[in-house]
Each structure stands twice: as structure tokens, then as C-alpha cells.
Design a binder for this molecule. Structure first.
Ligand SMILES: Cc1cc2nc3c(=O)[nH]c(=O)nc-3n(C[C@H](O)[C@H](O)[C@H](O)COP(=O)(O)OP(=O)(O)OC[C@H]3O[C@@H](n4cnc5c(N)ncnc54)[C@H](O)[C@@H]3O)c2cc1C
Length: 365
């Protein structure tokens, strides 16, 4: 059966970006439908490590991340939010110098990060290795439980009156005095359309003749069995190649962007060599992890652009067509930049600038 309906706005993609934008629109009184190929939070937004850290954000995005953190904090226990503080570790003098330099820039950009004296590190986190020579600290860092993203946004969207169509991969988009979107059991039309399909944005955009330069990373995350308390904060490494936190149930989640294999079209698999290096770095940072058994490792797809800046805004020359994708550290930033996107679609003044997606079309041409 094919439903035919008219809305004020259609959002494609039920990750944190699409959900947050759709929520903003619905809360402002628009008739919105969110169309999702699988289930809400079934993409990167439900597979990620959930780290909410200002220390691993690009400088230009720190103002967005600060506001994103406030949104996660407001969602609180519904998304398993915890403010634990975060440490980034250096094991050599070279790493320490790199860390100090980077953190000074982040501090200047508004992140409340400080370098700790060697003697102060154990007081913040007794679980880290004695091999640490320096560390930075951010009291605002923490984590959320990414597996709760879809459930939480589903109930928020329903409460705001948005329609949600899950298990509806969009197959066709037509520009005909607005935008008509066709999926298996769905045909909807609206003057505004947001493409928020994460690592799957390129095939979607190609349906309307756009070819954004989006690249995809295949990130790996591992969860251990339940452990006695071994680490209380979010722990990272100066290279950015480690994130680690212990959940309230005792399991430890280990990430850091180590690459798996595969593609958004075919699915992802673990690269064993990369996984082992990831786990070795984790056990080097927190020695008590050496006795832990890894229960499961998985991959997820993270989109990014050549300049590592988001695609967020209206497409030039295509009135009513918007894109929001490829936001690095997008789980942290998502709830906020999704709101901004919603504001742009509502014709409101945006609090912080968006990032014109058209710049990547030119690069791709
Ligand atoms: C393994 C991993 C770990 C990460 N760790 C962190 C972290 O610790 N902290 C952090 O801040 N960020 C992290 N990130 C990045 C973060 O997860 C992403 O930036 C963010 O979730 C992207 O959200 P999104 O809504 O753009 O994409 P997604 O969550 O991928 O959502 C896109 C949605 O679009 C849907 N879709 C695709 N094609 C179609 C179609 N044709 N029709 C309808 N729907 C479609 C998909 O099914 C999907 O649900 C990580 C990413 C990965 C992959």
C-alpha cells in the first residue's frame, strides 16, 4: 500500500542529525515526516562509542560541541548521559608536547581544558598507567549510551507530533514544485527536504543530480565483559586513537577510530590487526584491562569531507533542499547542529554559522 501525503518538511535519515532537525521542526509547529531506511539510531548514531569529549573536537567545532554537550546533559538518564570528566594521556615527551600545544588551542577556542601536573594525574584517575608522562583534563567530558539514541528520539518526536516512517529506504526523490520522496510504502511531498543520511548520503544525493565529496571511515568499537571498577573517567590518547570508558554495569567500551573494512553499501567487518593494536593501546593506558575479555567488537560508518567540516545548509540553486551530514564528532555535536539545521529550514536566524554543502560539489566536479 502506498500512502500519499503532504507535509511542511521531509527528513531522510533517522540518525542523531535527522532526528534532532525533525524534532526542532515539529516543536516549531511544522508537519514533519522522518523517513528512515531501517530503525531510528540504526546507523552511526547507534553504533558509536558515545564519547562526549571536547578534547577531540576540531577547533572550529568546539562552540557547537559545547552546546551539544548541554543538549545531552538535558536528556540525562534517558540517553545514559554521564559527566565523568575526561583525561587525554601522553606516554612520551613528544606526545606531551603535542598534547600541550593542541590543548592550548582548544582552550583558546572555548573548551575548558587544562594540562595536569604529573603528580595530579592519579588523583583524577587512579586507573591509568604509571607510564603516563602528561595528561590533559576536561571536567565537562563524559559519555552517553548510543544504543539509546533511537529510542529516546522516537519518543521525543512522537510527543512533538512528528510522523516517523521506519524500514522505508528512500528510492526516489523528485523535484516538482517542492520535493516528492518515494519509498517502499510511502509517497510524500513537501516544500522542504532535508537529506541526513550519514555515510549513505552520496547515493541519495545522486538521485537529484548532486555528487557531494563525502568519504567514509569504518570505525571499530569493542565492549568487554563486566569488570570491577577500574576507570571512572573517559580516557583518551594524545594521538586521538583511543577512547575508553567504563559503563555503570562494569563493561568497558573501547574505541578510537581504528579502521575496519567494508563500505556502507556492503556492510563492515573487523580488521583483526587494527583491533589488536587498539586493544593493546587500551591495556597500555589502563593496565587492569589486561585481565578483561573482549565480548564483542563491531564497526560503524562515519562520513567526513576532505576539509573535515560539516555539510550543513541549503543547497545553492535548489530552494527548499537541505543537507546535514559528515559532522566529525557528530554524536557530541548532533543534537545542537540538528537544531541549527531545523532553524535554517524554519527561516530563522541561526545562532552559529552552518557549512555550505555546495563547496564539496565544486571540489567533486
Ligand atoms: C563506530 C563509530 C564510533 C564513533 N564514536 C563517536 C564518539 O564516541 N563520539 C562522537 O561524538 N562521535 C562518534 N562517532 C561519529 C558519530 O557517530 C556520527 O558523526 C553521527 O552519529 C552521525 O549521525 P548521522 O545522523 O549523520 O548519521 P547516521 O547515524 O548514520 O544516520 C543516518 C541514517 O540514514 C539512514 N539512511 C541511509 N540511507 C537512507 C535512505 N535511502 N532512506 C532512508 N534512510 C536512509 C540510515 O539508515 C541511518 O539511520 C562515531 C562513529 C562511528 C561509526
Amino acid at each position: 500500500m502506498t500512502r500519499v501525503a503532504t507535509y511542511d518538511a521531509i527528513v531522510i535519515g533517522g540518525g542523531v542529525m535527522g532526528c534532532a532537525a525533525a524534532l526542532r521542526l515539529a516543536e516549531a509547529g511544522m508537519r514533519v515526516i522522518l523517513v528512515e531506511a531501517a530503525t531510528l539510531g540504526g546507523g552511526a548514531s547507534g553504533a558509536n562509542a558515545g564519547t562526549l569529549s571536547l578534547q577531540i573536537k576540531r577547533l572550529a567545532l568546539i562552540p557547537y560541541a559545547l552546546r551539544g554537550l548541554e543538549r545531552w546533559q538535558a536528556l540525562g538518564s534517558r540517553v545514559g548521559y554521564r559527566k565523568t570528566g575526561g583525561l587525554t594521556l601522553a606516554f612520551t615527551q613528544d606526545e606531551a608536547a603535542l598534547l600541550a600545544e593542541r590543548m592550548a588551542l582548544k582552550q583558546a577556542a572555548g573548551a575548558p581544558v587544562t594540562m595536569l601536573a604529573r603528580s595530579a594525574i592519579a588523583a583524577h584517575e587512579p586507573g591509568v598507567s604509571n607510564a603516563v608522562v602528561a595528561a590533559s583534563w576536561c571536567a565537562e567530558d563524559g559519555y552517553a549510551d548510543s544504543t539509546k539514541t533511537g529510542l529516546t528520539y522516537r519518543s521525543l518526536l512522537q510527543a512533538a507530533g512528528a510522523d516517523i516512517a521506519e524500514n522505508q529506504p528512500v528510492q526516489q526523490i523528485d523535484e516538482n514544485g517542492g520535493w516528492t520522496v518515494v519509498a517502499d510504502a510511502l509517497r510524500v511531498h513537501a516544500p522542504r527536504l532535508l537529506m541526513a543520511a550519514g555515510a549513505w548520503t552520496v547515493p541519495l544525493a545522486k538521485q537529484i543530480g548532486l555528487d557531494p565529496d563525502i568519504r567514509v571511515r569504518v570505525n571499530t568499537v569493542t565492549v568487554t565483559e563486566r569488570m570491577p571498577p577500574i576507570v571512572a573517567t573517559v580516557v583518551g590518547h594524545a594521538t586521538g586513537l583511543l577512547t575508553l570508558k567504563q559503563k555503570p554495569n562494569g563493561t568497558v567500551l573501547i574505541g578510537g577510530g581504528w579502521q575496519g573494512r567494508g563500505s556502507p553499501g556492503t556492510g563492515g567487518t573487523i580488521d583483526q590487526a587494527n583491533l589488536i593494536t587498539n586493544l593493546q593501546l587500551a591495556t597500555h593506558a589502563v593496565p587492569a584491562l589486561r585481565t578483561a575479555r573482549a565480548l564483542r567488537s563491531w564497526t560503524g560508518f562515519e562520513a567526513h569531507t576532505p576539509d573535515f567540516m560539516p555539510l550543513a545548509g541549503e543547497i545553492s540553486g535548489r530552494p527548499g533542499l537541505f543537507m546535514l551530514a559528515a559532522v566529525r564528532g557528530g554524536y557530541t555535536i548532533g543534537p545542537y547542529i540538528g537544531e541549527l539545521m531545523g532553524d535554517a529550514m524554519l527561516g530563522r536566524q541561526v545562532e552559529l554559522p552552518l557549512y555550505d554543502p555546495s563547496r564539496t560539489f565544486e571540489a567533486a566536479a
